[in-house]
Ligand binder design. Structure first.
Ligand SMILES: Cc1cc2nc3c(=O)[nH]c(=O)nc-3n(C[C@H](O)[C@H](O)[C@H](O)COP(=O)(O)OP(=O)(O)OC[C@H]3O[C@@H](n4cnc5c(N)ncnc54)[C@H](O)[C@@H]3O)c2cc1C
Length: 405
């Protein structure tokens, strides 16, 4: 890979000021309806259209896919520019992007393994949210054991015929395309062989979608049934039989263990400082919760962890600070950030005392029950993209060198 050109600090500072100004002037005001916590819970048309319009605005302004090659719709600029945009969006908690499966992992794998024709066909409409992407890895009987894929794609002339069921397909209801792992050679030696990676159309007459409702009451994912769905062979990414290697590369992007994502936020940012404010408002034994030593101790613990996560993210880009285990920070990022979010939101709900049992729309709910929804949705990120237990296995094996259990 060629080294990125040097960029002066003055140029970066000027760019940061320009981004801040643009965000101030262009971020849409909060809508009258509730936005979801992340791209995983987009349920209504109005949420979808609001988020789609925002992603388009950001892309059209040149602030998305900034480091992707310009001939495929990207900005062709050094990654540092996109990092600045991401930082400023996070700092101001600007709305997240809609087409996350595309921007953060389908796009990078297409760039890595796709033909120029595929890159030209798919990447620009993905960046602009003209075409929405979803991921078809999990099946009703196979989640963590991803290689045990049962969905088949059998070659028939210039096409493949796909049969099987995928489940928990986030954004599946709205999606045009799916990154799909399917078995093209059921007689191949091991379960890792005979798998192929498809860029499959899912707004297709023989693809049926059945929405699934979450415990928060929201939708956001579905079952996807392929019933003899015929797709052209040009939908294969890489080579037939290369599916497992491409799926592993996809998960590295999805878990942010590898860089190259298009940028933007993927969920609402939650900060410990918001909990501090809540602890001032909520009462415990007749006094502000913030005066309770146990509450104070937990707030300090969470603040330290929050800061450590930020510092690790920075450290990751400084080779001298992670030379001994270069992969460790990337590999642990998903585990650490998702578990942190789950504990932080649980604490936020616990601060509310009896009101903790109230939910969105209930009279008397603290902050309209948003923290209850944040808490329940926080489990999503500890499961989607590989559960915390699986992340711990990976860290144990790849970073600590422990034996496979
Ligand atoms: C909100 C959300 C969105 C999702 N979106 C998508 C999507 O868009 N596309 C998609 O393909 N999938 C998606 N998923 C599915 C997700 O990837 C799977 O749920 C996940 O990989 C776990 O698989 P499973 O549900 O089959 O659980 P299982 O694999 O059956 O696991 C059950 C339990 O056993 C534990 N376990 C399993 N194997 C091991 C092991 N070897 N060692 C230790 N513990 C183990 C797991 O940690 C878990 O606690 C989504 C899930 C959620 C919650």
């Amino acid at each position: 890979m060629s080294a990125e050109p040097e960029v002066s600090q003055i140029e970066l500072d000027t760019f940061r000021a320009e981004v801040c100004r643009w965000l101030d002037e262009n971020t849409p005001s909060a809508p009258a309806f509730k936005l979801p916590d992340s791209f995983l819970e987009v349920s209504s048309d109005e949420q979808f259209e609001y988020l789609r319009a925002w992603q388009r605005l950001v892309y059209d302004a040149g602030y998305l896919g900034m480091s992707w090659p310009s001939e495929f719709g990207g900005g062709g600029r050094p990654q540092i520019f996109q990092d600045i945009v991401n930082d400023e969006m996070a700092a101001g908690n600007h709305p997240f992007m809609l087409n996350i499966v595309g921007l953060m992992w389908a796009g990078p794998v297409i760039l890595k393994f796709g033909s120029d024709e595929q890159r030209r066909r798919y990447l620009a409409p993905m960046l602009r949210a003209d075409e929405i992407w979803c991921q078809g890895f999990s099946e009703p009987e196979n989640g963590s054991d991803l290689a045990n894929v049962q969905t088949t794609a059998i070659r028939d002339g210039d096409d493949y015929i796909i049969n099987g069921t995928k489940i928990w397909t986030s954004l599946g209801t709205q999606a045009h395309h799916m990154i799909l792992l399917a078995r093209t050679d059921p007689s191949a030696g091991t379960k890792y062989q005979g798998l192929t990676f498809f860029l499959a159309p899912v707004d297709h007459p023989d693809v049926e979608k059945r929405p699934i409702r979450k415990m928060t009451g929201e939708f956001g994912f579905n079952e996807t049934h392929f019933n003899n769905a015929r797709v052209p062979a040009s939908c294969v990414l890489g080579e037939e039989g290369q599916g497992w290697a491409i799926a592993m590369a996809t998960l590295a992007f999805e878990r942010y263990a590898e860089g190259g994502q298009a940028g933007g936020l993927d969920m609402v940012q939650l900060r410990v400082s918001e909990l501090v404010e809540m602890a001032r408002e909520c009462r415990l034994d007749g006094r502000p919760a913030i005066e309770d030593p146990v509450v104070r101790e937990e707030l300090v613990r969470l603040s330290v962890e929050e800061r450590a996560i930020e510092m690790n993210d920075l450290r990751r880009h400084i080779p001298g600070l992670c030379r001994e285990r270069p992969d460790a920070i990337g590999l642990m990022r998903k585990l650490v950030t998702s578990e942190f979010r789950r504990r932080m939101t649980r604490f936020a709900v616990s601060l509310q005392g009896e009101a903790a049992k109230l939910y969105i729309g209930d009279p008397g709910a603290v902050e309209d029950g948003d923290w209850q929804r944040h808490y329940m949705n926080a489990y999503s990120v500890t499961i989607g993209g590989g559960t915390s237990q699986i992340q711990m296995n990976i860290l144990g094996e790849r970073v600590l060198g422990l034996d496979k259990g």
